[in-house]
Design a protein around this ligand. Structure first.
Ligand code: ATP
Length: 372
């Protein structure tokens, strides 16, 4: 099985230059990515960021404006899709309605002239993997959304592709079914060990499935790393706020110098947070930037806490966790707690922040400001 290398890849649609947003001139701009053999890569980003375009160029369904795509060691820029040894599972189920599930799964092998007995062997090998062995005699119209998704994926992998390309394959499923299929996909990929590129706008899906996530915005790769890297060590404000649910709190702050430490201060708020010492070389009195902290790193202090007294603005009980919102100027700072107290708006809590978990971002560019 092969890996995938994308080098300096660009895509410009004929009409995309007309857009006012210059950054969006290219649907894909100077993309570099490497998926090692057997790795599961997620392309993640908001609608229109260029995920599908990248996948379609990799599949050979879209012309490349500039750059190179290698599957294994083979430059595939000019190879026909059928010669790229890829399996495709796109969000539409694209099944042939007059054919049974068996014939749908077998279709591509039949078209390639594979021997009937071999086709039968492979259909019966793949079907249990995708838990569609009891569906083989059914017609597509009789299938549920989840069953169709499973058949769709079985069709993609029966050719034993070197590279499996999936574009939002779970998009038609609702919450529970989606989660169940996510687990099935994970199990399947572990079993077939196929290099996989998976397009999604759902960060949970990317975090739970992928070995590495490529986070894209406006056609530009923002960060490519393991789920832990993009979560714990985001390179900029976009990645920090895109990964994590609820998202990271990001607040504008002015640094105020005290005798032996600095404080984060916020407009129209009494909240003061001690700046961790590690930032002492990058901040100064009056320095403005953004500070980010995840809701689970904002804590409610006990009775003797030196935390800042703050008024509860919102309280949501989600069963296993509670979410509390606090107004900091115009921004609602969220915190997540397993404290079972039922707070109500107006209650006062002592707010503490895990200083070691804070991130600083440049006010204008959104780039991460790193401690030196
Ligand atoms: P979504 O999650 O909504 O599918 P995406 O991240 O997959 O979004 P793409 O479909 O790759 O995004 O689109 C990237 C950009 O290219 C968008 O601005 C889109 O409008 C534009 N685009 C996509 N296909 C075409 C096309 N055939 N002609 C012109 N512009 C296109």
């Amino acid at each position: 099985m092969a890996g995938l290398t994308i080098k300096n890849l660009y895509k410009r649609y004929d009409n995309s230059g007309k857009k006012k947003n210059v950054q969006n001139d290219y649907a894909v701009k100077d993309l570099n990515l490497v998926a090692e053999q057997g790795e599961f890569i997620a392309l993640l980003g908001p609608s229109g960021c260029g995920k599908t375009t990248t996948l379609r160029m990799t599949a050979g369904l879209e012309e490349i404006t500039k750059g190179e795509i290698y599957i294994g060691d083979v430059l595939v820029n000019n190879l026909h899709p059928k010669d790229r040894h890829i399996g495709l599972a796109f969000e539409d189920y694209a099944m042939y309605p007059p054919l049974t599930v068996y014939d749908n799964i077998a279709f591509n092998l039949k078209a390639k002239g594979v021997d009937k007995a071999e086709i039968d062997r492979r259909v019966r090998e793949i079907a249990p993997l995708m838990q569609c062995d009891d569906l083989l005699d059914k017609m597509p119209v009789k299938l549920s959304g989840g069953q169709k998704q499973r058949v769709n994926i079985a069709r993609a992998i029966i050719r034993r592709p070197e590279l499996l390309l999936m574009d939002e394959p779970l998009s038609h499923l609702d919450g529970k079914a989606r989660q169940a299929m996510r687990t099935e996909i994970k199990r399947l990929i572990n079993e077939i060990k196929c290099t996989t590129v998976y397009v999604t706008h759902d960060q949970l899906e990317a975090m739970s499935l992928a070995d590495k996530i490529a986070i894209i915005d406006l056609g530009v790769l923002q960060q490519f790393g393991t789920p832990a890297e993009v979560y714990d060590d985001p390179v900029n404000e976009f990645v920090a706020s895109f990964i994590g649910e609820p998202p990271m709190n990001i607040l504008e702050t002015t640094i105020v110098g005290e005798s032996d430490h600095f404080l984060f201060t916020f407009e129209n708020s009494n909240l003061r947070i001690v700046v961790p010492e590690r930032y002492n070389n990058v901040v100064s009195n009056g320095f403005k930037c953004k500070v980010g902290v995840r809701p689970m790193d904002v804590l409610i202090g006990g009775a003797d806490s030196k935390g800042s007294p703050e008024k509860v603005a919102t309280f949501e009980n989600l069963g296993d966790e509670r979410r509390i919102g606090i107004h900091v100027g115009e921004t609602l700072l969220m915190l997540i707690t397993d404290d079972e107290t039922r707070y109500k708006a107006g209650d006062i809590i002592k707010l503490e922040v895990r200083g070691e978990k804070t991130h600083l971002f440049d006010l204008k560019t959104g780039e991460r400001i790193r401690e030196r």
